[in-house]
Design a protein around this ligand. Sequence first.
Ligand SMILES: Nc1nc2c(ncn2[C@@H]2O[C@H](COP(=O)(O)OP(=O)(O)OP(=O)(O)O)[C@@H](O)[C@H]2O)c(=O)[nH]1
Ligand SMILES: [Mg+2]
Length: 267
Amino acid sequence: MSVRISAMSVLPPVRRDRIIAQLPQYFRKEAALHTKEDFNNKVKTACQEQRTGTVGRFKISKVIVVGDLAVGKTCLINRFCKDAFDKNYKATIGVDFEMERFEVLGVPFSLQLWDTAGQERFKCIASTYYRGAQVVIIVFDVNDVASLGHTRQWLEDALKENDPTAVQLFLVGTKKDLSSPAQYAQIEQDALKIAKEISAEYWAVSSLTGENVREFFFRVASLAFETNVLAELEKSGTRQIGDVVRINSNSSNVHTTSKKKQPNCCQ
Ligand SMILES: Nc1nc2c(ncn2[C@@H]2O[C@H](COP(=O)(O)OP(=O)(O)OP(=O)(O)O)[C@@H](O)[C@H]2O)c(=O)[nH]1
Ligand SMILES: [Mg+2]
């Protein structure tokens, strides 16, 4: 008896707690990537009709997590991916990565989460992994104002390796459990200001208690998914426009355009 093994059958089903059916909401309205209550209508229709192109088949979005040493990048990822928390600090050397599989509006979608080193001596290795990121998560510690101040530098480094217009940015304050409400409120003002200036969506979390961790990653997955599907739709839309031009190539207008272009392609 022969057994057929395909890539699909090797993958276990998406975990039940990774299924996203509704758009998770932002944390703070004034620093959100968008404030719509629901997924884009075009995206919803495309998912219903299974017209999501490469998204859902082999599309994996790369997410890089950057920020000062010991701000809690590894703990944030471990809380979400493994539901674990380690109170002992073990510096990340270079990079680590985790894959997280979701199902958004019925379509499989994966995030590749790159956990990078904050320590100066490992930064050089880590930065070679920044390229190709669709999402950049800049992490600071809400109890350490210097780490918030350094976020611009982290952003600059991450954007050197990426197309700034194509990247979705998140600014995340960690260790919320360690600050009093008054202290937290103070730093949130500064963080919101920076988030708005750099066009990032702001979140505050605690990996110790788990507060907002799941909500945050669901939001990241949803917004990355939405952007990917919209880009796919735009690509297929462009192809359709191209087809119309070819069909109507007898029209004088199109003829003129193609004549103008001819010298370029013959040179
Ligand atoms: N109380 C509290 N401690 C935290 C939290 N997140 C991280 N920590 C602690 O902060 C320390 C550093 O956490 P890591 O996640 O290893 O920091 P990192 O940003 O990955 O550090 P590098 O890998 O060196 O860049 C550890 O001792 C953690 O236990 C949190 O939400 N609350
Ligand atoms: Mg780490």
